[in-house]
Design a protein around this ligand. Sequence first.
Ligand code: AP5
Length: 222
Amino acid sequence: MIVVLLGAPGAGKGTQAAVLRERLGIPHVATGDLFRAAIRAATPVGLEAKAYMDAGELVPDGVTIRMLEDRLALPDAAAGAILDGFPRTAIQAEALDQFLEARGSRVDAALLIDVPADLLVERLSGRRVCQASGHPYHLELNPPRVTGVCDLDGSALVQRADDAPATVRARLAGTLGDLNDVVAHYRATGALRVVDGRQPIPAVSAGLLAVLDAGLRSMGLR
Ligand code: AP5
């Protein structure tokens, strides 16, 4: 089963992917996390991606598509994956369809977490992530139990470099048009489902699980 989580930067894709992974038992594959790991490891992909990410711009399609396909070819993704942050352009969406079709698979559901732009700045500027695994928190909207410490692995919480105000503005300005293209792609394929992302985190989770269950039942997958 392939589930695509769509949404603007800060919409809550990473937060909700953790919930869906628990429920569906398939891995959470986030291209942003893959790029950040590549940067830490100073691989050629990481060196190429860093300048784009620091500027709040999308990494070019070619390197992004290759990295994602390599990840989906690993054994733990044989039964499917929850994709977070991919596809982000119409070209990536087409490439994913072709990659899956060659394996007799497809995108079963594309779930859009719909959040208005004015809320995104607040969410991103208050976000803190854990150093060990990138688990997301928010200083006010989703605080950890102990200030500055990850509930899940005890590592320190830090601010992501691209959550600085100037980079947040660049990310939002530079990516929303491409998101609209990807949404149009999945509306045309019939896989798109939309959930109101302005609600508190548990309500968004419930909405996503409800539309996912309904969609999978209608396709005879449940
Ligand atoms: P990436 O890491 O994917 O960042 P993003 O899309 O900008 O998304 P975020 O991780 O910022 O937000 P999110 O939706 O996961 O929100 P979260 O759950 O953390 O990409 C980073 C960069 O890598 C890109 O800019 C680009 O350069 C590159 N890249 C990655 N993929 C690429 C691709 N496919 N092509 C090209 N380049 C690519 O939540 C945000 C905050 O809000 C948190 O603090 C959270 O606690 C809080 N929150 C979440 N839900 C709620 C809620 N319902 N109510 C209140 N607060 C909430």
